[in-house]
Design a protein around this ligand. Structure first.
Ligand code: PGA
Length: 254
């Protein structure tokens, strides 16, 4: 059976009350519908602790959207992986294209973050994906390969099961235009082959999520693809009904 993970990336949205209400609605839905797919939500930092309390006893996993690679120190405004673990985070999104673009995160920085997150017991959701120019210049596969090789440098084989990959073509994020089924199928098969080449059998079990304007209208055909193990969802994770209807499609695609 295909393993599926549906993860919501709330980005910089919601107030404290709104965030807690949304988390509660999702947890209640998961509690009564008992999906086989794993469900995770990644709220902004200030809401993590209260949502972690709220999710106590729920199957919904908590994730953060970023972290620093240092365990602690004089890094004003930053949050360490151990802090995230200490408030109940299970996942952390790393290498998101918005971090790469607006905060100048390089493959090297992302690799340090992944290694540090693993060390502190977090499971990185490692984002990769090409820009529109890179796709138009036929560089998609070279870019994906480089991001994976650099991002997963020095990862021990026993840490591989803790990694989730999210393929997110930059041009599909937040644009309302997802990649086509064929483009996603091709990219995910390429990523799977690469992971198997790099990590042998362990590479076969790594979850590969698709992200980029995934919604309840396109989820059915995208989640059915053989190498798609779920989605990293931005906009459509901000509404409980929309998000849970995507989980329903994930259930049908297992
Ligand atoms: P989107 O965002 O679903 O709003 O395109 C996805 C993401 O950035 O993870």
């Amino acid at each position: 059976m295909k393993q599926m993970l549906i993860a919501g990336n709330w980005k910089m949205h919601k107030t404290f009350t709104e965030a807690n209400n949304l988390a509660k609605q999702i947890a209640e839905w998961v509690g009564s519908n008992k999906p086989k797919s794993e469900v995770a939500i990644c709220p902004p930092f200030p809401f993590l602790y209260s949502i972690s309390q709220l999710l106590n006893g729920s199957k919904v996993k908590l994730g953060a959207q970023n972290c620093h690679y240092e365990p602690e120190g004089a890094f004003t405004g930053e949050v360490s992986p151990s802090m995230l673990s200490s408030v109940g985070c299970y996942y952390v999104i790393l290498g998101h294209s918005e971090r790469r673009t607006y905060f100048h995160e390089t493959d090297d920085i992302i690799n340090k973050k992944i290694l540090s997150a693993l060390q502190f017991g977090l499971n990185p959701i490692f984002c990769i994906g090409e820009t529109l120019t890179e796709r138009q210049n036929n560089q998609t596969f070279a870019v994906i390969e480089k991001q994976i090789q650099n991002g997963l440098k020095n990862i021990a084989l026993n840490q591989i099961p803790h990694i989730v990959i999210a393929y997110e073509p930059v041009w599909a994020i937040g644009t309302g235009i997802s990649a086509t089924v064929d483009q996603i199928d091709e990219a995910h098969k390429f990523i799977r082959n690469l992971l198997v080449n790099l990590f042998n059998e362990a590479g076969r079990d790594i979850l590969i999520l698709y992200g980029g304007s995934l919604n309840s209208t396109n989820a059915n055909e995208i989640l059915k693809l053989p190498e798609v193990n779920g989605g990293l969802i931005g906009k459509s994770s901000l509404d409980a009904l929309e998000f849970t209807s995507i989980i329903e499609f994930a259930e049908k695609s297992m």
